[in-house]
Design a protein around this ligand. Structure first.
Ligand SMILES: Nc1ncnc2c1ncn2[C@@H]1O[C@H](COP(=O)(O)OP(=O)(O)O)[C@@H](O)[C@H]1O
Ligand SMILES: [Mg+2]
Length: 273
């Protein structure tokens, strides 16, 4: 299978730099290679689903792409700006909802958004307007005095998304945004992501759930044991990609094959059999 499956039509449609570009991105933890020489190019305006089983390397990739974790080797760019030691421009262009939400939980939602807005250097009037709109959109405005510590998990995820959006980023990174939230919060987040894509925002979303990618994304990349195994427009991958051996595999076949590999290495629970 071709590891880098970007059709010509897609590449030529994109003018200027890619929204997200990784070159030979690699991260080791001790002797364990979590992400292995990852090459990825995401044109502006794509909604990319970054799919992989637990432990495949999704969060490690997102942390490197957003500057939260330095790569062992390789490099990445956001809209042509390097995510290296001097990454201010790249970081200004992105919003991130990480897997473990590190929110100051002794604040109210409004206070937290004000704090984040100030960090980005936004004017007070802009912060006021945007935070009110975001809190209303996320249905987080009904109890304005509630502290974040008393928010449900779904409310905290929505607030983290609001905080990631307050500076109007061009590229949005979401690590498992639908994990542990109910259908109502999930519906609100989906609707908001749809609006952002319509505005031309590029979204990079990690998930281990194939259905989420199929419902939401325009493009998909699949990572398995740290290696990118497929990458391209969803519709094209659903029709199938040619493998190294010349046969054709669909997205479902590729994904379930990978999941099957992971199931087979799980230890048997003798006391349950
Ligand atoms: N800080 C760390 N120290 C050691 N190993 C890590 C660390 N972060 C991730 N790993 C390992 O790297 C691999 C990939 O992890 P991760 O990127 O979190 O996977 P995913 O998000 O796809 O579930 C896993 O084997 C995980 O245990
Ligand atoms: Mg993860």
């Amino acid at each position: 299978m071709s590891e880098q499956h970007v059709p010509e039509s897609q590449a030529s449609a994109s003018t200027g730099p890619f929204a997200i570009e990784a070159r030979k991105l690699r991260r080791q933890f001790g002797s364990m290679v979590a992400v292995d020489e990852l090459d990825l190019q995401v044109p502006a305006g794509c909604f990319l689903g970054f799919l992989g089983a637990n432990g495949a390397g999704k969060s490690t990739t997102i942390k490197m792409l957003t500057g939260l974790l330095p790569p062992t080797s390789g490099a990445s760019q956001i809209l042509g700006h390097s995510m290296g030691p001097d990454a201010l421009q790249a970081k200004r262009a992105i919003g991130v909802v990480p897997e473990d939400l590190a929110i100051h939980d002794r604040l109210t939602g409004q206070e937290y958004l004000t704090f984040v807005g100030r960090m980005y250097g936004l004017q007070g009037s802009v912060i006021k307007e945007r935070s009110a709109e975001l809190l209303a959109w996320m249905s987080l405005d009904t109890e304005p005095r509630k502290l974040i510590i008393d928010y449900s998990h779904g409310m905290q995820k929505k607030l983290a998304l609001a905080a990631a959006l307050i500076h109007d980023p061009q590229v949005l990174f979401l690590d498992e945004p639908f994990e542990g939230i109910d259908v109502i919060a999930s519906g609100e987040i989906r609707a908001l992501l749809g609006k952002l894509v319509a505005r031309g925002v590029t979204i990079f979303l990690t998930t281990h759930v194939l259905e989420i990618v199929e419902k939401l994304c325009s493009h998909v990349a699949i990572i398995h044991k740290g290696k990118l195994v497929a990458h391209g427009p969803l519709e094209e991958l659903k029709r199938g990609v040619e493998t190294d051996t010349g046969s054709t595999q669909t997205l479902e076949e590729i994904f379930f094959e990978l999941v099957e590999v992971d199931r087979s290495v799980a230890p048997a629970l003798s006391w349950l059999s």
